[in-house]
Design a protein around this ligand. Structure first.
Ligand SMILES: [Zn+2]
Length: 236
């Protein structure tokens, strides 16, 4: 009983750590038998979502897909068709956290989301990772929609770290040692990329290059951006 009122570590790797830094409310799960089929009610998704700093609609969507069942939300209570135990629901929530809440590089739940026109930008406030997420993924898309309507507080924290992130990016660019030859014929491509990104830019992320991606195009794009930055420096 008392377990339901305590807090749980957000990260799996912290489950046995009583001093875990990142915590969330324990899920409040109740199920009910209704003849042939039952129902499951999760009544505190909004609080869990707040602790995870993500729009609650992403949790609704993930749980519905994970159990392959119909969901309904009434009075902030997530209702699932079918009977599912607390343990099962918690396990799915942990899968959601692993994939969408923890940074894939440092594994801290410090992601800030930046919805762009064609992708979801993600910045890790702990390690500085910046990455684009494709909107063909239903959950990233749901987070994108949620963030567009209701940006999470995590974004505010970025303001202080902006300069640090900029410096890190400059250092990275310098280290790349771009040859001038690489820069010659790139103007058209660069322009295209800029157009794509400016539509929904907010004041505090215009200088960020969303290019930490392992695709061939992204690497090429990064080389170009780095080259541009070297030119900028030479012109200063
Ligand atoms: Zn990170």
């Amino acid at each position: 009983m008392s377990e339901k009122t305590t807090k749980l570590p957000i990260r799996r790797q912290d489950i046995l750590d009583p001093h875990a830094r990142y915590k969330m409310p324990t899920l409040d799960v109740k199920s009910k038998s209704l003849g042939q089929y039952g129902k499951t009610y999760i009544s505190n998704v909004p609080n869990v979502a707040k602790a995870l700093r993500v729009d609650e609609s992403a949790i609704h969507k993930f749980i519905g897909l994970a159990f392959n069942t119909q969901i309904k939300i009434s009075n902030n209570v997530l209702e699932l068709k079918g009977e599912f135990t607390y343990e099962l629901v918690l396990e799915e929530l942990r899968s959601f956290i692993d994939k969408y809440i923890l940074c894939e590089k440092c594994s801290y739940p410090e992601l800030a989301y930046y919805p762009k026109q064609k992708f979801l930008g993600i910045k890790c406030q702990a390690c500085g990772l910046k990455i684009k997420k494709n909107l063909t993924d239903k959950i990233w898309k749901t987070i994108h929609i949620g963030e567009t309507k209701n940006p999470q507080k995590s974004k505010e924290k970025m303001k202080g770290k902006r300069e640090v992130a900029k410096k890190m990016s400059e250092t990275f660019n310098k280290a790349k040692k771009i040859e001038i030859n690489d820069i010659k014929d790139n103007n058209d491509d660069d322009k295209e990329d800029t157009d794509e990104d400016t539509d929904e830019d907010t004041d505090d992320d215009q200088e960020v290059q969303w290019s930490v991606d392992i695709s061939k195009e992204a690497i090429e794009e990064r080389r170009k951006s780095a080259g541009k930055s070297v030119i900028d420096k030479l012109l200063q």
